[in-house]
Design a protein around this ligand. Structure first.
Ligand SMILES: NC(=O)c1ccc[n+]([C@@H]2O[C@H](COP(=O)([O-])OP(=O)(O)OC[C@H]3O[C@@H](n4cnc5c(N)ncnc54)[C@H](O)[C@@H]3O)[C@@H](O)[C@H]2O)c1
Length: 356
């Protein structure tokens, strides 16, 4: 091991862990020195692929955190397994780069945030979308006042006609905690809340469906294979979210449906509107209706996310993404499930400590 490098470990050696490993290897001054996965063979293969010493391969992440001197860890486990390793790492004084969604339950996300505050260590939830040129531009445009007062938005990544993840990580209730709401809904909500500047969520009315996932005949020739027998979560969500200040948000997301698209996310304001992908701004100017497009840069958003994390670690903070914002979003996700199960609008009950 090199003397002055930032030493990182990875917990959960599946698909996304390879993306973390790639950028830890590429970024200067960083060394990937340990890996843990309950599936030991997977951890061993991963270690070989990324040059992690054999002596630092673990089936038990606690053992890794106890026995290897680490500055930071990436938590790349299934959603419901984000909280425990994150909290343990933070309590041991290790910075954490945890994958999205922050957790499968709002209470877990809250505990993770508290652990970060108490330890003074960095907790970054991996929304690489924060570096997306469209999101960065949309935030800047809304903050400039160019749209006037934003009174409505639709939050969606557009939905997938068939795109149910194959890994049990996403489909089994004990590992995932939920389906498309947590997996893609978390992005759609973070994009919208970030662009809007985090108005306080007030209430949610939602419905969810497991419409396609359990059907054997829905596994068609499309490159996405999953086991309908393993499908224990939802594949569709529609939600109406009231936000403080009068803006309302509709969330639409799907892993699988009989349609090509749910459309793009967009924002409507009193002076202008904005569609996210592709980014267009609609205004009245010079007595005409104008449509503006922007020449946006090409950005490797995963690289930017990992770089921002490592820079924060080397400076000792703050987190490039304020975890408090993500805990608030986690309460919206929770209210979606609650509303869907009760069949009525529910309040988003944010703990007082989250209200800045
Ligand atoms: N930011 C992104 O673009 C992105 C992309 C894909 C996945 N993700 C997120 O990353 C997480 C993992 O997704 P994935 O696609 O890599 O899943 P995966 O199924 O490929 O990998 C998960 C790994 O975690 C391991 N694991 C489970 N429980 C564990 C435990 N207690 N200790 C150690 N290891 C454990 C599994 O054995 C598996 O190897 C999910 O939360 C997902 O939402 C993010």
């Amino acid at each position: 091991m090199k003397e002055n490098s930032i030493k990182v470990g990875i917990i959960g050696a599946g698909g996304i862990a390879n993306v973390h490993a790639r950028y830890y290897r590429e970024l200067p001054g960083v060394e990937l020195v340990a890996v843990a996965d309950v599936d030991e063979k997977r951890a061993v293969d991963f270690a070989r692929r990324w040059g992690v010493p054999e002596s630092n391969v673990f089936a038990d992440y606690s053992k890794m955190l106890r026995s290897v001197q680490l500055d930071a860890v990436s938590v790349c486990t299934p959603h419901a397994v984000h909280a425990r390793p994150t909290i343990e790492a933070l309590r041991r004084g290790i910075h954490v780069n945890v994958e999205k969604p922050m957790a499968s339950k709002a209470a877990d996300a809250l505990e993770m945030w508290r652990a970060a505050k108490e330890s003074g260590k960095i907790l970054m939830v991996g929304f690489q979308t924060r570096w997306s040129p469209e999101i960065v531009a949309a935030k800047r445009i809304v903050a400039s006042g160019a749209l006037g007062r934003v009174y409505y938005c639709e939050a969606t990544l557009g939905g997938r006609r068939r795109g149910i993840p194959g890994s049990p990580t996403f489909l089994k209730r004990d590992l995932a905690g939920g389906g498309v709401v947590l997996d893609l809904g978390c992005y759609a909500i973070d994009n919208a809340m970030y662009v809007l500047g985090f108005p306080r969520p007030v209430s949610v009315s939602a419905s969810i469906e497991a419409a396609i996932g359990p059907q054997k005949s829905a596994v068609v020739e499309c490159g996405w294979g999953w086991s309908p027998e393993d499908f224990e979560v939802e594949d569709f969500v529609a939600a109406f979210v009231r936000l403080e200040g009068g803006c309302s948000m509709v969330l639409k997301e799907s892993w699988a449906m009989h349609s090509n698209s749910l459309g793009s996310a967009f924002f409507l304001g009193t002076k202008g509107g904005l569609r996210l992908s592709p980014l267009e701004v609609y205004r009245d100017e010079w007595g005409y209706m104008t449509t503006t497009t922007l020449a946006l840069p090409q950005v490797d958003i995963h690289r930017e996310k990992m770089k921002a994390f490592i820079e924060a670690v080397s400076k000792g903070g703050p987190s490039p993404i304020d975890p408090r914002e993500i805990v608030i979003e986690q309460f919206i996700l929770e209210a979606i499930y609650e509303s869907a199960s009760r069949g009525k609008e529910v309040e988003v009950r944010l703990p007082r400590e989250l209200l800045a």
